[in-house]
Design a protein around this ligand. Structure first.
Ligand SMILES: NC(=O)c1ccc[n+]([C@@H]2O[C@H](COP(=O)([O-])OP(=O)(O)OC[C@H]3O[C@@H](n4cnc5c(N)ncnc54)[C@H](O)[C@@H]3O)[C@@H](O)[C@H]2O)c1
Length: 385
């Protein structure tokens, strides 16, 4: 029997619409015993809500006040995709309303907000609370994870993870909430992209014990969209080096101003007997290198095709893309809501605890940039309580 999970969406912007598209395309996936149905949507912006009214829900399903949506008995789970300053209040209210929560990163504008959310998460062990992070669902990322878990890379020498784009390269682009400290947070680019580079390392247990960061604010003012100019104080780029608990170095880069990069997520793991690499810049290609003592060192490129975690109608010779990764992530979340510990897929979405570790690491990065010292995220978090 197929279980229908009835969703409410709070935040009908870029990501809210991506979920609507994934839900509408559910027939793409094969043999699942769960499906999402979007029954209610909340946005304060009429135009954005109207997009949903014309395509997804009838007018009765639209709300301007998210508390009305939470009061509905026909909503089982909520996807919340709003500016970061709203995460704390809304995530807590969603949990108090007894709804499963799929929250967007960074899961609280700062660590204090995240701690408040986590206190509520702990009061509701029966609710499935996960944080959005889609990149591990790319076939190439899955191959890197598989290579690491197999042990065939030997002793890890170093790890590099990056998320690079250039949305902010144009200095004439007007400011929006993602470039305002009060709405996006003091983390700046790290709050936007940090979870994307940290999710797999954290899942694999590669927790940084020391973090050194250099942060750059490259474009310090922007048009306000009304003919004026306003300060733009968020960090544009961050380069973070860290040492894992296992003793190897990690290089983590997140950038909004990386000329030549449209939207590139990558992960490279270098080991004593093998290496593995995937980048969305070459979305079909998985790179690996196997090394035997004295043998040659040669990278091999595998043409991946469409080998997804949840099987789909797409023939496996075809290409996989961003919207497919989103669909796969949603399948993993709905799988877990339906099947709990016995979920069919092998990779669960980022947990709330993993989002908290992200906060500890980003906070250490901010501190490191300010002081010029290396900071141990766990020691700093323990001090703050
Ligand atoms: N996982 C990803 O790949 C990814 C990509 C982009 C953004 N995000 C995250 O998604 C979240 C939203 O980002 P976005 O790009 O969709 O932003 P967006 O600006 O496109 O959408 C946010 C929406 O929230 C609405 N909103 C604001 N205040 C509201 C309120 N009080 N009640 C109801 N709606 C309200 C806005 O009107 C807007 O439509 C952020 O946490 C962001 O970090 C994730």
């Amino acid at each position: 029997m197929t279980r229908t999970i009835r969703f409410g969406i709070i935040g009908a912007g870029l990501m809210g619409r991506e979920f609507a598209s994934a839900a509408a395309r559910w027939l793409h996936l094969l043999d699942l015993d769960f499906r999402p149905e979007i029954v209610a949507v909340c946005d304060t912006d009429e135009g954005r809500a109207g997009w949903f009214r014309d395509r997804v829900v009838p007018a009765e399903g639209l709300h301007r006040d998210y508390r009305e949506l939470l009061a509905r008995d026909d909503v089982d789970a909520v996807y919340c995709a709003v500016p970061h300053d709203l995460h704390e209040r809304m995530y807590i209210d969603i949990l108090q309303a007894g709804k499963h929560l799929f929250g967007e990163k960074p899961f609280g504008i700062d660590r204090a907000a995240n701690q408040a959310i986590m206190a509520e998460v702990k009061r509701h062990p029966n609710l499935v609370v996960r944080c959005s992070s889609e990149f591990p669902f790319w076939p190439g990322a899955m191959r890197v994870i598989e290579a690491i878990k197999s042990g065939r890379l030997g002793r890890i020498i170093e790890v590099r993870a990056a998320f690079l784009h250039s949305s902010d390269l144009d200095p004439n682009k007007p400011i929006n909430w993602k470039r305002m400290v009060e709405k996006n947070g003091e983390y700046g680019v790290m709050g936007d992209l940090g979870m994307h580079v940290l999710h797999i390392p954290i899942r694999l247990g590669w927790i940084p014990t020391s973090v050194s960061a250099r942060l750059s604010n490259i474009i310090t003012e922007r048009p306000d969209g009304r003919g004026g100019v306003v300060p733009c104080e968020t960090w544009d780029n961050a380069m973070i080096t860290a040492e894992s608990e296992q003793g190897f170095p990690m290089l983590l880069e997140v950038k909004r101003i990386a000329p030549g990069e449209m939207d590139t997520w990558s992960l490279e793991v270098i080991g004593t007997s093998g290496c593995a690499r995937f980048s969305t810049k070459q979305p079909k290609t998985y790179w690996y290198l196997d090394y035997e003592p004295g043998g040659q060192q040669a990278w091999s490129a595998v043409d991946l095709g469409y080998r997804s975690a949840y099987p789909s109608i797409t023939g496996d010779i075809f290409e996989f893309g961003f919207t497919d990764a989103i669909l796969q992530m949603w399948a993993a979340y709905c799988d877990e809501v339906t099947n709990g510990e016995h979920m069919r897929g092998s990779f669960r979405c980022a947990t709330a605890e993993e989002a908290t570790l992200q906060h500890d690491i980003l906070m250490a990065a901010l501190d490191s940039h300010k002081t010029g010292r290396s900071v141990d995220p766990r020691a700093a978090a323990a001090l703050l309580g």
